[in-house]
Ligand binder design. Structure first.
Ligand code: HEM
Length: 401
């Protein structure tokens, strides 16, 4: 009897201590309770050490960043994880791709959920990256010393669009086939290089098996690998450039008086909270809405209208006015503007302040560009129907793809 009691008490205390032991085996110290431990946990943790050990309290106020950069990072990781799941089943050949997507939708365990998550996270990433860029712009955070990090951001924007675009073809249905046909036709309008670039991208003159293989390789390895490297560099630069843009950074004495908080636990738990909310929203969306899938691709039966993916519909709309000015010059000038912006607009006024009055002119210019992009995109999505004619939504045209 005595030995049984001893055994039970030994098992009980073993169980009580197990979580602590497990925690120590992973993190190499006990759960940090003192400030000293909390500061050192950030320095000694592989993932957390990208943070400084303390941050300004204003950095974690929701209105400073709205967690947008973090959401871009999370969405990229979600794409990676769900993408690997899809890769177990997908086959990049014109004969098999569509069937594999049907399998994912109807036969594979969690296949539909994973596909939906992958699709909605991709769309959310395009939106989040653009809004993150707007937040950086409207707080003047692209100015020195962060000008190169802004340029890295522009590259990330292009890579995000490229990731989404290359993934669009993979289901090999009518929607994806004709969207990519139209999207890659826009490349043709580039003088001299256009047709050669398009040939290189498609591995031929038309979207076919070579194009599917190229898009697949770009989508699952080439672009994600480059994007992952640049995302790491981008986040590292945020810290090296002095942390998030701060209104007092021109005056280090005054800035030093601004209250700080330890990164652990305040920032870490805030970041985890953002992850939980984002995952909950995406999972709910993926349970309710299915990723689109039409009939299998048929190169002999063009869909009418053939629309590019929605984020390129503003461009397609411009192309319908003038192939050269809309399809080549407008995107080229916009990209050039984004790349040179932080090297031209260098004054330190208004850094870290939303819609600073000192930057009224630039804020108006940016808003004008933004509204133009949204208006042209909305026309392309909602108001264009067969033969790219103009239709009001209530005129019977079935609506956006
Ligand atoms: C995959 C895309 C991207 C990821 C994962 C990402 C990630 C991040 C993160 C985590 C931060 C710090 C927190 C925050 O500001 O919310 C940040 C800041 C920054 N990002 Fe991005 N970003 C991306 C795209 C972009 C784009 C498109 C731009 C602009 C063209 C940009 C420019 C910047 C700049 C200048 C900062 C510093 C802001 C400041 O100091 O206040 N990023 N980014």
């Amino acid at each position: 009897m005595e030995s049984l009691r001893k055994l039970i008490s030994a098992v009980g205390s073993g169980l009580r201590e197990a979580p602590g032991r497990l925690y120590r085996s992973v993190f190499r110290s006990s759960y940090p309770l003192t400030l000293r431990q909390q500061l050192s946990v950030v320095v000694n943790n592989l993932i957390l050490h990208v943070h400084p050990s303390r941050v300004f309290r204003r950095s974690i106020k929701p209105s400073t960043t709205f967690g947008l950069g973090l959401m871009c990072l999370y969405l990229f990781i979600i794409e990676w994880v769900t993408g690997v799941y899809l890769m177990f089943y997908y086959e990049p050949s014109t004969g098999a791709a569509y069937g594999r997507i049907l399998d994912l939708n109807y036969a594979v365990a969690f296949g539909r959920l994973m596909r939906n998550l992958h699709r909605w996270a991709a769309e959310a990433m395009v939106v989040a990256v653009v809004i993150h860029m707007c937040r950086v712009f409207y707080t003047g955070a692209y100015k020195p010393p962060r000008e190169f990090n802004w340029v890295l951001g522009v590259v990330l924007l292009i890579l995000t669009l490229a990731l989404s675009f290359t993934g669009y073809l993979l289901p090999w249905d009518q929607l994806s086939f004709w969207a990519i046909t139209v999207g890659t036709n826009i490349v043709n309008y580039m003088p001299v290089l256009g047709p050669k670039l398009r040939f290189l991208l498609l591995g031929g003159d038309a979207v076919g098996s070579e194009a599917l293989l190229r898009f697949y390789t770009l989508h699952v390895i080439a672009i994600p690998a480059v994007a992952a490297l640049i995302i790491n560099y981008h986040i590292w630069r945020v810290i090296k450039d002095g942390g998030l843009a701060h209104p007092l950074e021109q005056n280090p004495e005054a800035q030093r008086m601004d209250p700080v908080v330890p990164t652990f636990p305040t920032v870490v738990y805030t970041e985890l909270f953002v992850l939980v909310v984002l995952m909950a929203g995406l999972t709910a969306a993926s349970l309710i809405f299915n990723a689109p899938l039409e009939e299998e691709a048929n190169p002999l039966l063009p869909s009418n209208p053939s629309k590019a993916p929605w984020y390129f519909l503003g461009l397609q709309e411009l192309v319908s006015y003038s192939a050269f000015w809309g399809g080549v010059m407008a995107p080229a000038l916009l990209t050039l503007f984004l790349l040179v912006l932080p090297y031209m607009d260098r004054s330190s006024e208004g850094i870290g302040i939303w819609f600073s009055r000192a930057r009224t002119g630039m804020n108006i210019l940016w808003t004008f560009i933004l509204v133009a992009i949204v208006v042209f995109t909305a026309i392309g999505v909602y108001l264009r129907g067969p033969n790219w004619n103009f239709y009001w939504p209530w005129e019977g045209w079935p609506g956006p793809n």
